[in-house]
Design a protein around this ligand. Structure first.
Ligand code: SF4
Length: 225
């Protein structure tokens, strides 16, 4: 017996040919999402100018259904981190990310957002936004051209195409919340996820100082009464 082909399995009557399409739920679901990715309207530095150019008529983001840049994170699907991420700004970026509803994506635009860029060693700059929020697509360049950003957006569409409604995290009942603790800006930036490590480091340092002070006191003849 010959193996049955899709044609023999789904034989379409002649009167319906050209009027019926067969596809998968994933494909329709992803087609809807990939064709209406609304970026959040915010920029951080020079890269933002290139992002604005990408939305202008020459490059025409409307071709991808992405021209509706939303001024609210609650109506946005995509965060384009375009520019230098400073320690002062990262608490606000994480807060905005938390306020975006699922499904949500992040695109790191340019060398600064991807890894600190020319300011990597700066006292006030975070060496990559992916230290705090998950990044889906990186676009290299300083600044990336509008064409490069478009390529990044098309890469994001390909990523969306590969997702399945059965495995995406926003329908997974076992995933409780992916809210990210907001970093605290004090004398330096502190990530609440690192508190245990910071506490351990501080305690070890204090113990070492205490031991050194006791050793110095015993060398000098013990503590004065
Ligand atoms: S990557 Fe270059 S162009 Fe973009 S924000 Fe940094 S310094 Fe400016």
């Amino acid at each position: 017996m010959s193996k049955s082909t899709p044609e023999t399995k789904f034989d379409i009557p002649p009167e319906l040919r050209g009027q019926v399409s067969i596809t998968t739920l994933d494909r329709i679901y992803n087609w809807g999402r990939r064709s209406s990715v609304w970026p959040m309207m915010f920029g951080l530095a020079c890269c933002a100018i290139e992002m604005i150019c990408t939305a202008a008529s020459r490059y025409d983001l409307a071709r991808f259904g992405m021209e509706v840049m939303r001024p609210s994170p609650r109506q946005s699907d995509l965060m384009i981190v375009s520019g230098t991420v400073t320690k002062k700004m990262i608490p606000q970026i994480v807060r905005l990310y938390n306020q975006m509803p699922e499904p949500k994506y992040v695109l790191a635009m340019g060398a600064c957002a991807s890894g600190g860029g020319p300011f990597k060693e700066g006292y006030n700059v975070v060496s990559g936004v992916d230290k705090f929020i998950p990044v889906d697509v990186y676009v290299p360049g300083c600044p990336p051209t509008p064409q490069a950003l478009l390529h990044g957006l098309i890469s994001l569409q390909k990523k969306i195409d590969a997702q399945s409604i059965k495995t995406v995290r926003w329908y997974d009942k076992n995933v409780e919340s992916d809210e990210i603790p907001i970093p605290v800006l004090g004398p330096d930036l502190m990530d609440p996820r690192e508190y245990d490590r910071i506490r351990q480091y501080t305690q070890e340092k204090l113990q070492k100082q205490q031991a050194a002070a006791e050793a110095a006191a015993s060398e000098n003849g013990g503590p004065n009464d």
